[in-house]
Design a protein around this ligand. Structure first.
Ligand code: ATP
Ligand code: MG
Length: 883
């Protein structure tokens, strides 16, 4: 019987096989490409090795093998439907950089598949590129495959070319899974789109260079790049019908079945959903682990889309609550041996998924109801195409992205007018832009300066002499600006830093030879030109004038302190909470900074203290700060974190603290030594968006100011509580509070004693009605305390079971009346609640309460005595009723 292997086992077999053939085994590169703006996510084994293929950098060895994590969103529509496509998969690969070529590559490919894996050679079909007689010859003569079993395929399938650079023919290996897996077509053969002959391995022979105009020349360094789908190989090895049914993925399927209560292989529709979820949750887990966070752009959007799609397929299976975060645990469990960092980041990954799922759940609920209503209306009208306006409304009001709307509608047989949706989108952007421009200040920036595009030279010093190139006043290009006018001055050279990269602009003055003074309040950059916004304080200034531009150095120094401290903070965050804390925004002002970073939970007091301490240590160490420009590749070698959008060969500005303590690409202005930052203090830490936290902090004088203010508060407090020194305040306060408590107790006792006396006096003057003791007393325009009256009422009820005491207090027009009835009175039917209702009504008010005690108010003091007189009648009638 044929031996089968588990997926993890196959990965190891492949890597050690090629190690035996002298290859250097490297771990998978992260899914997020480094320094490659042409690619959103790594999609093949060779993608992260481009620089080794082009010769731009030396590979660590001429033979390398990897198992690379790959994401291919182009295959998203195939997922779940074909048996062989996932958006996430692992690609095994062996690579030669100018070392071995076709002969060895083909021989080892065959040896691994047939001898190591034990696949039946009769089921394996090679393919070659039409013209590649060399590869064809190797398959026939060296390996011994009969020529009719080798498919000759065209450019689309078997020539690897990217428009320019290294390229070449491919040779693939297909596995025949038998007619029952196929389309049934008589011509079905390797290269057919169905699931019978599946491509498992692609060997690319990069032997040509494309000059960009499809002129091919033979390369001196010939390379081998191969890709063998790990899941596909496991699938044929294990003889299962689908790549999602291999050992490691079956557990994810089982988990989804368990949660949904729907068995796998029950029906095609739910099977597709189960496979889509299995695939997407794998992709999402791996992407988040490699630092991607859901967002509306770029790879963040890819992730968001995958999670939302998975969540929606969960809904189709009848799952109503968040479940993906649960399934992701199984993904981690199944992959932890190959990718141990999954375990380290498990909690974080889980949290990201959970938050995204919950948010999407809310969107879906509102939007789906709306969509269902719309679908019904379209059906009624017999229309099959959704208008762009409706799709846009779903987007605008419910946050339904277009692709989701399209997908949900296509399931119901509807189409969406996408071009019209785009028009709506554009119109909205246009409206937003106009609204922004109407805000005034920004209108300046939209004035066409009519200048060449040579950038204003930033001189990075305190003072520079330059020429006035253009002036804007009253929102128009002018030849001069007069005293009192606000406007913009454009110079050829400037020491002013224009706001960018979060660093605030410099302030200062521009002074002309003729004595004109322009106060600079803001500097913005547009088309490379620095626009100095401000006001003409004195005299005039004209285009062509020679001027001296001078920055406010006090402000600049404070900005530098905050900026250098920001780099130290970034470093400290990495050290304390981890590398995933990526910069998500930053604001640098004089001695004040704001730093946004990706992280999922609030930082603890300990973490914040640790971060603050690390930054202050780096300041106290007086580390040197160096700013230099260099090619991107060199910056990368120094460990500068690459930013998306940067290209090879680009000259970048690198800010380095202490030879690598921190290395960042940055265009801002910095201290030359960290010690000059002064004391660093974190003011607050909070969340600004899901997965993004913000730290606000101060440096230099701002920290001193905060400390001084706090010290001021403390000494004031010390004076107030009569503490000798601030550290005695707490003790003093505790003493004061204790004596207050003591006084309060004494006071209560005294008050109670007084009330007792009052109650006893009242009891001597009661009126006997129906065997009960009735009191009616009015306190007129006195300062009698209502709480005290209540206390007297309570005491009376305690002292005398037959008491019916009605006490009223009048202040101006306001009457408060309360009644207390003792146990005996209540048992004879005299209830305080009823009594109060009756008498307050008589003086224009209302009230109520329990049988023992009730309160109310009245508004007509003239009727109060009449009302009080009614007490007697009330008691009489109640007691007589009983008797
Ligand atoms: P197909 O035509 O089947 O989509 P491909 O030509 O796109 O495959 P390559 O780009 O040559 O594939 O990738 C190399 C290997 O990676 C393939 O032979 C296959 O084993 C695997 N592979 C490619 N795409 C996927 C996918 N979406 N899911 C799983 N494995 C894949
Ligand atoms: Mg493909």
């Amino acid at each position: 019987m044929k031996k089968t292997y588990g997926l993890n086992e196959i990965r190891e077999m492949f890597l050690s096989f090629f190690e035996e053939k002298d290859h250097l085994r490297l771990p998978s590169f992260p899914l997020v490409p480094k320094d490659d703006p042409s690619l959103l996510l790594i999609n093949s084994g060779m993608a992260p090795m481009k620089v080794w293929f082009t010769g731009e950098m030396e590979p660590p060895r001429k033979r390398v093998c990897t198992c690379q994590k790959c994401i291919r969103t182009v295959d998203i529509d195939n997922v779940g439907k074909t048996s062989r496509h996932g958006t996430y998969f692992e690609m095994l690969g062996n690579f030669s950089f100018g070392d071995y070529f076709k002969k060895e590559a083909i021989a080892w490919c065959w040896e691994f598949l047939t001898e190591r894996m034990g696949l039946d050679p009769a089921l394996l079909y090679p393919s070659v590129y039409l013209d590649d007689d060399e590869a064809f010859g190797i398959w026939v003569n060296d390996i011994g495959i009969s020529p009719e079993r080798i498919a000759k395929l065209g450019r689309d399938d078997n020539f690897w070319d990217h428009g320019s650079g290294p390229c070449g023919p491919c040779s693939e290996v297909y596995y025949d899974r038998g007619p029952e897996s196929g389309c049934g077509d008589a011509n079905c053969a390797p290269g057919c789109d169905c699931d019978r002959f599946i491509e498992i391995w692609n060997n690319v022979f990069t032997q040509y260079d494309n000059d960009g105009a499809n002129n091919y020349t033979e390369l001196s360094q010939k390379n081998i790049d191969t890709g063998l789908g790990l899941e596909r190989l496991a699938c044929v090895s294990q003889g299962v019908s689908n790549m999602f049914e291999v050992d490691t993925m079956m557990n994810i399927i089982k988990k989804i079945s368990l949660i949904s209560g729907i068995e796998y292989k029950r029906d095609d529709k739910s099977d597709v959903s189960i496979r889509v979820i299995t695939d997407h949750i794998r992709s999402a887990t791996m992407m988040i682990c490699d630092g991607v966070l859901p967002s509306n752009e770029g790879r963040g959007y890819v992730l968001r889309r995958l999670l939302r799609r998975a969540s929606r397929h969960g809904h189709l299976l009848g799952i109503t609550s968040a479940f993906l975060c649960d399934v992701c645990k199984t993904v981690i469990e199944e992959n932890k041996t190959a990718y141990p960092d999954l375990v380290e980041k498990a909690e974080y990954i889980n949290r990201v998924i959970h938050v995204e799922e919950e948010n999407f759940g809310k969107t879906i609920e509102a939007g789906t109801a709306k969509l269902a209503g719309l679908i019904a209306e379209y059906r009624e009208r017999g229309e099959k195409t959704f208008s762009g306006a409706d799709a846009f409304r779903l987007y605008d009001t419910y946050g339904f992205p277009l692709d989701l709307t399209i997908e949900m509608l296509s399931e119901q047989g509807f189409e969406v007018d996408a071009p019209s949706f785009d028009e709506h989108m554009l119109a909205q952007r246009d409206r937003a832009r106009k609204a922004r421009e109407a805000l005034g200040d920004l209108a300046w920036a939209s004035v066409d300066l009519g200048l060449d595009s040579a950038p204003t030279v930033f001189t990075d010093c305190e003072e520079t002499t330059g020429n006035v190139l253009a002036i804007v006043a009253q929102d128009e290009l002018c030849s001069a600006i007069n005293e009192g006018s606000v406007g913009v001055i454009v110079l050829d050279k400037t020491p002013f830093y224009a706001e960018s990269g979060g660093q605030s602009a410099d302030n200062g003055t521009i002074i002309s030879e003729g004595g004109g003074v322009f106060e600079v309040r803001d500097v913005q950059s547009k088309g490379g030109k620095s626009l100095h916004h401000g006001k003409m304080l004195r005299g005039v200034m004209g285009v062509g004038d020679l001027v001296t531009a001078k920055i406010d150095t006090v402000r600049r120094s404070a900005i530098k302190r905050a900026h250098t401290a920001t780099h130290l903070l970034h470093e400290a965050l990495h050290a304390v909470i981890g590398e995933h804390a990526q910069q998500a925004g930053s604001l640098v002002e004089p001695d004040k900074l704001r730093f946004d970073f990706t992280h999922f939970s609030a930082l603890s007091q300990e973490e914040l203290a640790d971060i603050e301490c690390r930054v202050n240590d780096a300041i106290l160490d007086g580390l040197e700060v160096n700013v230099s420009t260099m090619p991107m590749s060199q910056a990368r070698e120094l460990g500068a974190m690459a930013l998306f959008g940067e290209k090879y060969g680009d000259i970048v500005r690198v800010v380095r603290i202490d030879d690598g303590y921190s290395t960042e690409l940055c265009g801002g202005t910095h201290l030359d030594n960290t010690a000059k930052a002064g004391a660093f203090s974190i003011g607050s830490e909070f969340s600004v968006a899901s997965g993004v936290r913000r730290i606000e902090a101060t440096t230099g004088k701002a920290t001193l100011k905060t400390l001084n203010t706090a010290r001021g508060h403390l000494s004031k407090l010390a004076r107030v509580v009569k503490a000798g020194a601030p550290d005695e305040i707490a003790e003093k306060l505790e003493q004061n509070m204790a004596s207050l408590r003591e006084l309060r107790t004494k006071l209560d006792a005294a008050l109670t004693k007084e009330s007792r006396g009052e109650a006893a006096r009242m009891l001597t003057a009661t009126q006997d009605i129906g065997g009960l003791k009735v009191i009616g007393t009015v306190f007129e325009d006195t300062d009698v305390d209502i709480d005290k009256l209540r206390q007297i009422e309570d005491i009376l009820r305690d002292m005398e079971a037959g008491i019916v005491a009605v006490l009223a207090a009048v202040k101006g027009d306001k009457i408060t009346i309360m009644a207390a009835c003792g146990k005996e009175a209540v048992s004879k039917g005299v209830k305080a609640g009823e009594l109060i209702r009756e008498i307050t009504k008589l003086c224009g008010g209302s009230g109520g309460g329990k049988p023992e005690f009730a309160m109310g108010g009245g508004k007509d003091p003239k009727k109060l005595y009449e009302a009080m007189a009614a007490v007697e009648g009330f008691v009489k009638s109640k007691t007589e009723e009983r008797a």
